[in-house]
Design a protein around this ligand. Structure first.
Ligand code: PEP
Length: 254
């Protein structure tokens, strides 16, 4: 089964208009119309409109996908500070992160809330990028699969396995995010295979087609080894997504 590779850059809480323009232009300059890898950027909310306009002005604008880092479970109403999936869609988003470990840990997002966000995103035609990952303590306690399985099952229970036809999963070990410590290709492959098996046990075709990204300190010098693994279909990139040359090298590695 060939799965279209995807590299998504999570800019987190970084940037200003100048940086957004420079980074987006540099990525667009590096994209060729015939490239096979799908590339996405996930800027902070206020810059979505700016990136959308830059893409509209570029001949290869349709080669760079736009996504957001968060979404509300609500469609509209008295929910101060929230941003709905429909609003993201209007600004050209195709993807949205749900369940990033920083949201789970720093903003107390539960498995249930993550599942609700996953469903809310799909209701308006966005593809959720569902992030799953264990802490260092959980890995040392040898409960990685139990943790990942629980996070995944919560979404399957809410959305159904068929929903994974229009979703991406990202395995992001919490201990590897922003730490410079990457999972070894073997460690990552083992968890990716577990995720695929879990979905394939419910629906073989969906499991086979599901794109599973690795995230956690991916850099140009470790990307090739990681992306060579059978069940790693691309990367979710944090720190290295803020430096155009690094991000482009990672996309080329794929
Ligand atoms: C992330 O935040 O999703 C991430 C993978 O960050 P980094 O690449 O910096 O580890």
């Amino acid at each position: 089964m060939s799965r279209r590779p995807l590299v998504a850059g999570n800019w987190k809480l970084h940037g200003d208009k100048v940086m957004v323009r420079g980074l987006t232009d540099a990525i667009l300059d590096a994209l060729t119309p015939e490239g096979v890898t799908e590339v996405a950027v996930l800027p902070p909310y206020p810059y979505l409109g700016q990136v959308q306009a830059l893409l509209a002005d570029s001949e290869v604008g349709d080669r760079l996908r736009l996504g957001a880092q968060n979404v509300s479970v609500h469609g509209e109403g008295a929910f101060t500070g929230e941003v709905s999936a429909a609003m993201l869609k209007e600004f050209g988003c195709e993807y949205v992160l749900v369940g990033h470990s920083e949201r789970r840990a720093l903003f107390a997002e539960t498995d249930q809330l993550v599942a609700d966000k996953f469903v809310a995103a799909q209701r308006f035609g966005l593809q959720p990028i569902l992030c799953l990952g264990e802490t260092l303590e959980q890995r040392e306690d040898a409960i990685t699969e139990a943790v990942i399985g629980r996070q995944l099952e919560a979404v399957v229970a809410q959305a159904g396995v068929a929903a994974f036809e229009n979703a991406v999963v990202a395995y992001e070990p919490v201990w590897a995010i922003g730490t410079g410590q990457t999972a070894s290709p073997e460690q990552a492959q083992a968890v990716h295979a577990f995720i695929r098996r879990t979905i394939a046990d419910m629906d073989a075709k969906i499991g086979d087609c599901l794109r599973i990204l690795y995230g956690g300190s991916v850099k140009p010098d470790n990307a090739v080894e990681l992306f060579n693994q059978e069940d790693i279909d691309g990367g979710l990139i944090g720190g290295a997504a803020l430096k155009a040359s690094d991000f482009i090298s990672i996309c080329q590695a794929l």
